[in-house]
Design a protein around this ligand. Structure first.
Ligand SMILES: [Zn+2]
Length: 458
């Protein structure tokens, strides 16, 4: 991998590990602190620029509705009982609970993603990592699947200010529904999601969902079954991505590296090793296109920290010793105390015929695309976060193109092409399997205190 000379920025806010979704909730921001600590002890931290960044409400309303963001700002565990109607309306309950510091948490993870996009826009970095980001389920005015603000959509919108085409890749085990929906009708963003499909949250991501209007064939869905292993995943991922890079030729890539597709995930049912998972990211980094790498799901948190540490090393071109260095969370990594994990002997339900059929169908769809759609710019909009701290090598022009009431993208060759829409919305499964699993796990998991690591996470 020719990545060792690339300039890498890494967003990390030490506060992020303090947020707590609640007793028994599988999403644990503590995993970001474990990841950070592990890569610190591998010596990776000093090879990257480390930046914190907070998004503000105005940044978030580039995609989300004003009412929804205002609600996230004001809601607290103490006042939530006075806002039952809004809690229901915005789906803030159960999977997406109100917790202390909720809005601040969204500011941190979103700030890293938008800030990362700004750095790529200004060519201050070739690759940006924000493991706290990647919350792909959030909708315009609705929380979903542990996600409140969709940092990915906001980062892509920021990238589109100076990049004509952005490719979004999602290897989380769950379908990247919030991102797909936001860009379902545009040819400037291609989304490619590899996910478990069938009786599984969020229920979307069918092979035949390919995008609409201008965006037809710019949404790629790869529905998979339980137990997929490294070899089978690789057999799909590389040919599809090679074809996408050929026909779409993106000038920026956003990679959601959800770690719930690893073997042994608390909510997942795939069987990837960390090397198999990382191979996807390594492959995409070989194209030398500006790359924003985000986290996402991942609920066996010792393996999340292992995976994202290893992937940080891959991006830096560093080989990491399999024996873990001493770190603050060593008790999580026993008894093996190794970086890598061994996949299980679970059955791989993805037969060769099934995988070949999917791959052929997707390659056929992609072959229908016109080569490299053009997208001339009439003006470059101003940055969102951190505009004041960047070297401005792009002059914003504010003379025209103020808000026309659309959600986004009023600066391009044709506003209809670029407008982010929410008009394609499949019904989401009412009680998907993933949620049932989560609830089952929650019941089995009696946690005592937010200060202590969960027993089943060690
Ligand atoms: Zn997930």
């Amino acid at each position: 991998m020719a990545s060792s000379k690339k300039k890498i920025s890494y967003f990390y806010d030490p506060e992020v590990g303090n947020f707590y979704y609640g007793q028994g909730h599988p999403m644990k921001p503590h995993r970001m602190r474990m990841t950070h600590n592990l890569l610190l002890h591998y010596g990776l931290y000093k090879e990257m620029e480390v930046l914190p960044e907070l998004a503000n409400a105005e940044d978030m309303t580039q995609f989300h509705s004003d009412e929804y963001i205002e609600f996230l700002r004001m809601i607290t565990p103490d006042n939530q009982h006075e806002h039952m109607r809004q809690l229901k309306r915005f789906n803030v309950a159960e999977d997406c609970p109100v917790f202390d510091g909720l809005f601040n948490f969204t500011q941190i993870y979103t700030g890293g993603s938008i800030g990362g996009a700004v750095r790529l826009n200004h060519k201050l970095a070739d690759t940006v990592i924000n493991w706290a980001g990647g919350l792909h389920h959030a909708k315009k005015a609705e929380a979903s699947g542990f996600c409140y603000v969709n940092d990915i959509v906001l980062a892509i919108l920021e990238l589109l200010k100076v990049h004509s085409r952005v490719l979004y890749i999602d290897i989380d085990i769950h379908h990247g529904d919030g991102v797909e929906e936001a860009f379902y009708t545009t040819d400037r963003v291609m989304t490619a999601s590899f996910h478990k499909f069938g009786e599984y949250f969020p229920g979307t991501g069918h092979l035949q969902d390919v995008g609409q209007h201008q965006g037809k064939y710019y949404s790629v869905n790869v529905p998979l079954k339980d137990g997929i292993d490294d070899e089978t995943y690789d057999h799909l991922f590389k040919p599809i991505m090679e074809k996408i890079m050929e026909v779409f030729a993106p000038d920026a890539i956003v990679f959601q590296s959800g770690a719930d597709s690893l073997s042994g995930d608390r909510l997942g049912c795939f069987n990837l090793s960390i090397r198999g998972h990382a191979e996807c990211l390594k492959y995409m980094s070989t194209f030398n296109v500006p790359l924003l790498v985000l986290g996402g799901g991942g609920y066996t948190i010792r393996n999340v920290a292992r995976c994202w540490t290893y992937e940080t090393g891959c991006l830096l071109g560093r080989e990491l010793e399999d024996v873990l260095p001493a770190n603050d969370y060593s008790e999580y990594f026993g008894p093996t105390n190794t970086l890598h994990i061994t996949p299980s002997n679970m059955e791989n339900q993805n037969t060769r015929e099934y995988i070949d059929g999917i791959r052929d169908r997707i390659l056929e769809n992609l072959s229908k695309l016109p080569a490299r759609p053009g997208a001339p710019f009439y003006q470059v909009p101003p940055d969102l976060v951190s505009a004041q701290t960047q070297d401005m090598n792009i002059e914003p022009d504010l003379s025209e193109g103020e808000d026309r009431g659309g959600i986004y993208l009023d600066y391009g060759k044709n506003e209809d092409d670029f407008r982010v829409t929410k008009n394609v919305s499949e019904p989401v499964g009412t009680n998907p399997q993933g949620k049932e699993d989560a609830e089952k796990d929650m019941n089995e998991n009696k946690e005592k205190s937010q200060e202590l690591p969960d027993k089943d996470d060690i």
